[in-house]
Design a protein around this ligand. Structure first.
Ligand code: SAM
Length: 218
């Protein structure tokens, strides 16, 4: 018997473009992004953004670092969608401090060096649960001691009713929601981070199914 391949529509250019058109209008995301910026260490030198899309979150982090007078920080942006890779390359064209890497996060991360901060927004929930956990362990091993993992994520609701309410508030229904989503509850993910060895693990911000999960490498 052959296993069914999990659905992931993000290699479709149309799927990526549809998202980019509505990305700014997603309720409360700005609050989650602002909360994430607070966790970027003062002394950051290297940042990795997983599932970067058009580089939206990485651009916010880089703006924050300019405000902190640390514009010399290097960044690596990873995605596998051709449309997103084109968009992020365009956004950071001419910025030699940003390296864009095409990589499918279903596969183990390539050798990317060590990072002070690993960030991600609304991407890891497209991986199957087993791979999410494995990726969290890989992230831990890529962080320098004291480095931080900040995952602004789409998580599961505690009940179908709350899931429907969330979808309604962002303009979707159970029928139209992205079939690529593989939502997982906050508690399980925080537990995994602790088991892997992260400390100061917390859900640092949450609005319905949008949550900021944070952990620090010991
Ligand atoms: C909802 S978008 C978020 C993009 C961006 N981080 C943001 O906040 O706007 C999800 C992103 O995850 C990427 N993604 C989904 N599955 C992936 C995979 N298996 N490997 C690499 N990237 C993936 C998609 O291509 C897309 O750019």
């Amino acid at each position: 018997m052959t296993a069914t391949k999990p659905i992931n529509l993000w290699t479709s250019n149309q799927h990526a473009r549809d998202y980019l058109e509505r990305a700014d209008s997603i309720s409360h995301r700005n609050e989650g992004e602002a909360a994430l910026l607070e966790f970027i260490p003062r002394t950051v030198r290297r940042v990795l953004d997983l599932g970067t899309g058009d580089g939206r979150l990485l651009a916010l982090v880089r703006e924050e670092l300019v405000r902190r007078e640390r514009p010399d920080t290097e960044a690596v942006a990873v995605d596998f969608s051709p449309a997103m890779l084109e968009a992020v390359r365009k956004r950071f064209a001419g910025d030699s401090a940003v390296t864009v890497i095409a990589h499918n996060l279903d596969e183990p991360l390539p050798a990317l060096g060590e990072f002070d901060a690993i960030i991600s927004s609304f991407a890891i929930h497209h991986l199957i649960h087993e791979r999410k956990r494995a990726l969290y362990a890989e992230i831990y091993s890529l962080l320098k001691p004291g480095g931080v993992f900040c995952n602004l994520e789409h998580v599961a609701s505690p009940s179908p009713r709350l899931h429907q309410e969330f979808l309604q508030r962002i303009g979707f229904t159970v029928e139209t929601e992205d079939p690529s989503n593989k939502l997982l509850d906050v508690e399980t993910q925080l537990g995994w981070l602790r088991e892997i060895g992260f400390v100061d693990v917390d859900c640092a911000w949450k609005w319905r199914e949008l949550a900021l999960l944070v952990g620090v490498r010991r």
